[in-house]
Structure formats: C-alpha cells, structure tokens
Design a binder for this molecule. Structure first.
Ligand SMILES: [Zn+2]
Length: 455
C-alpha cells in the first residue's frame, strides 16, 4: 500500500476544531501525520497530491441512501451506488433496508457487505429493518442483525404505526448501543397525496400531503422517545413545526438527532411544477417558509446532519412515459388532466442525490448561511457518530477516509453524466460551485476527478 501526501490543503476537522493549512500523510490505511506545510520534510515513495486551494476533510458519511440491491438492479446496484457515492465525496453510506428481499435477516446483511467489499469505492454501512418485511408488526432479531454488521435500524420508506412495537424496538435497540431512524408519516393524513398540500397541489389539481402528516407523527414518536430514554434519529425533517417539536423534546431530555436532505433545503414545492415526478418524494418538497426554517435549523444546530435519501428510480417507475410532456424546466405547468394527476400520484417517491449533495451544501457555505466547519460536521462527524462507526476526524492514527474538496470549481449538473444508474434528479442544469475531486477510503484513492472531465 503506497503512501499519499496531501500537500498544502486547508484541513477542516471540526472534531478537533482545526481549520488551517496543513500537509497530511497517509500510510498503511491511516492518517500517519498532520503537520504545518513543509514540516514533514522529505517524504519518500509517497504519491503527492497538490491540495492547494482545496479543503481536506474527514470522509463524508451519508446516513441515508437506497442502493436497491438486492432486488432492483435496473435502478441501482451496490457497485454503481457506491461508485456514485465516492464521486460525490462520500467515503461511507448507510444503505436502507427496503430492498427485495428486505434486509431483515443476517443473510441479506452479509450479501450487502460481501458485494460492497468487492467494489473499489465508498464503504457500505448496513441498515437493518426494524420489523420483519417492513411489516410493522414483528421485530427483527436485533442482536443477530448487529452481529451480522448492521449499524443503524430503520423501516425507512414506511412509518411504524404500532406504538407498542415502536416503543419496544426503541428500548431494545438502545440497549444494544445503536439508534433507530424514523420515517415520520401518518398515512391516514397523507391519504393519497402526491405533493405538498398548498398552492402547488391546487394548481396541479392533485391531492396534497399536509405538513401535519409529518408533524403529528413526530409529536407522537418524540413522546415515545422520551419515555424509552433511547437514542432516536428523525429522518428527512421537512417542516417548521417538526423542528420546533424536536427542539422542545430535546429540552425535555430526549436523545434526539435529525437530518435534512439537500432537496428539502434547496427546493420548495414550486419545483414540482418544473420537474414533476422527478421532484416527488416522501416527505414532499414543502413551502418556501418551511425551507427557510430547515435552513435556519441547519445554521443553529437543530439539524445535526445532511442525508441525501438517495432514491434511484427508472423512468417507468416515475411514470415518465405519461408525464414527461407535461413538465418543463423553463415554464410552470398548469392543471393536469385527471389521468395524469393519477399518474403523478402513482409515480414512485424519491430522487437521486449522492452526486449533487456536496455542491448543494456548499451553496449554503457560499451564501454564508453556514461555515465550512459546520458543513463538514453535518456531512461527516455527526453521521459517523449516528452510525457508531469510526470516522469523522483526521487525527493521527485515524482511518484514512478522506475527501478532498475544491470549493470553487464551477460545474453544471447533468444527470446523463451520473455514475448512478438512475437520472431522477430535480437539479438538472443547476450551476453548482464546488465538488469532491479526490475521495480516499482506507488510504486508497477510490475516486479521482482532478482531470476536470466531469464538469
Ligand atoms: Zn424516508
């Protein structure tokens, strides 16, 4: 294993409150030395990477992705998903359990880890289902899943409706030292909604998903979390009131973390008028006021981490053959004919995000909403802590999972160039400033975009 010298980069390591120009030497898969420029002396046999003008940060960790493998290779595979992750600057991603078969048994967890091990890209962190088959009734064998390698538990995609099942799961998972991640949705309130309830759902003439479908379920589950005294994580928070409830529950002692996705902090529901099914997900894009609240909560520390909720889908699942003609990136569409409203309602939820998340987070940095250290904290340190994994820091001796970011490289999002197998992005054509240019996992370069070919 060769040595790598990252020379002259801006090292940002929020765990140690370091933000200064340094040389960093990687050897034997670990961070061997971090020194002021020039202090390392002559480093023989090392591959030198000029990090001047770039940020050297602990590898980005995404606590919420869907890799569709096993089960849906036309959407994504473990190999394509982990390569897309590396290209986006991620050194580890937590793969949700709604595969086919569901990851509710050690066999599926082992399948995921074995396939990931043969891919030269980001690490895969398995997320175990909470209930068998995501059915919401019978819990999985939590200890067996941990023994197989699971590091987080979630039925993501589907809420756990039964309070007794959820309360018991919280306690058992907490006792094992892990967290449970909750997809918060009251499906009696979601009803058959396609997009956020508001002006946009009215304009399209489709049923809307009210904000309270999320907030009422969060209200219920935060009470359970306080009762259980166990670590609980709220996935993809999307409304202002949800954030107020989270703040209040923390004051009452809940062990609570939460995440925001790039689409929920970078887009409001008007994006649906342009992108149609490629801007449809659960929870849906919300009002401009909610987006403002999410951004403010990222700045004030209420939101702990950024998660992509990378959800690849093929055009058929998105009903594109029927709907593509209606939506246009340049003009808002109007009311949908009845059958097309139905198609939008039936279109699969979710957008891809691994290759755009960093550029979108950097928009907040360039707008001075958050500082670089806060961004790195939300995209690396806190997610690593949630997943109970080593990472999130570049102290000497740490595992050499490192992301090199050029914060000023300008590029245009072109889904045709994604490494992911899917193209369902509402960010096509968006100009972004900054991207990962080198991604290192265990001391090996797994992505090198320095040629600038992928702009
Ligand atoms: Zn979800």
């Amino acid at each position: 294993m060769s040595r790598i010298l990252l020379r002259g980069g801006r090292l940002i390591d929020p765990a140690r409150e370091i933000d200064e120009t340094c040389d960093l030497l990687v050897a034997q898969g670990s961070v061997e030395a971090v020194e002021r420029p020039g202090r390392l002396g002559l480093v023989e046999d090392a591959t030198v990477i000029d990090a001047g003008g770039c940020w050297v940060v602990p590898g980005l960790v995404d606590p919420h992705v869907h890799l569709r493998d096993p089960g849906f290779p036309e959407k994504e595979t473990i190999a394509t998903g982990l390569r897309a992750a590396a290209a986006g600057g991620f050194t580890a991603v937590a793969a949700m359990a709604n595969t086919s078969p569901v990851n509710d048994s050690p066999e599926v967890t082992r399948y995921m880890l074995e396939h990931a091990a043969s891919v030269h890209a980001a690490r895969l962190v398995p997320v175990s289902a909470v209930t068998r088959g995501l059915g919401g009734r019978e819990t999985v064998d939590f200890a067996a899943m941990v023994a197989a390698g699971a590091q987080l538990f979630s039925d993501d995609g589907i809420p756990i409706d039964d309070q007794a099942v959820l309360a018991s799961a919280m306690e058992q998972i907490g006792r094992l030292g892990f967290a449970i991640s909750l997809h918060e949705e009251d499906r009696t309130l979601t009803a058959n909604g396609a997009v956020n309830a508001g002006e946009v759902s009215k304009q399209l003439g489709v049923a809307g998903v009210p904000a309270r479908a999320e907030t009422e379920r969060i209200r219920r589950d935060l009470a359970l979390a306080i009762g259980a005294g166990a670590p609980v994580h709220i996935a993809h928070v999307s409304t202002a009131l949800s954030l107020d409830l989270i703040r209040a529950a923390r004051r009452r002692g809940a062990q609570l973390t939460c995440e925001a996705t790039p689409h929920h902090f970078a887009l409001d529901d008007r994006a649906v008028l342009r992108w149609g099914p490629n801007a449809k997900m659960a929870p849906p894009l919300r009002s401009a006021r909610d987006v403002e609240a999410v951004v403010a909560a990222m700045a004030d520390g209420t939101i702990n981490m950024i998660a992509t909720d990378h959800a690849p889908h093929d055009p058929h699942s998105k009903r594109m053959e029927r709907l593509a003609g209606w939506f246009s990136p340049t003009s808002d569409c109007g009311r949908l004919p009845e059958g097309d409203g139905e198609a939008l309602t039936r279109a699969a939820n979710g957008v891809v995000g691994l290759e755009t998340a960093l550029g979108l987070a950097l928009e907040l940095v360039h707008r001075s909403v958050i500082g670089p250290a806060r961004m790195v904290e939300m995209m690396s340190l806190r997610s690593a802590q949630l997943l109970r994994m080593e990472g999130g820091t570049l102290e000497e001796g740490a595992r050499a999972d490192i992301t090199l970011i050029d914060p000023n490289m300008e590029w245009t999002v072109d889904p045709a160039k994604f490494i992911s197998k899917s193209r369902n992005s509402p960010f096509a054509g968006r100009r972004l400033k900054g991207r990962a240019i080198v991604t290192i996992v265990a001391g090996n370069v797994v992505y090198d975009g320095r040629s600038g070919a992928r702009t």
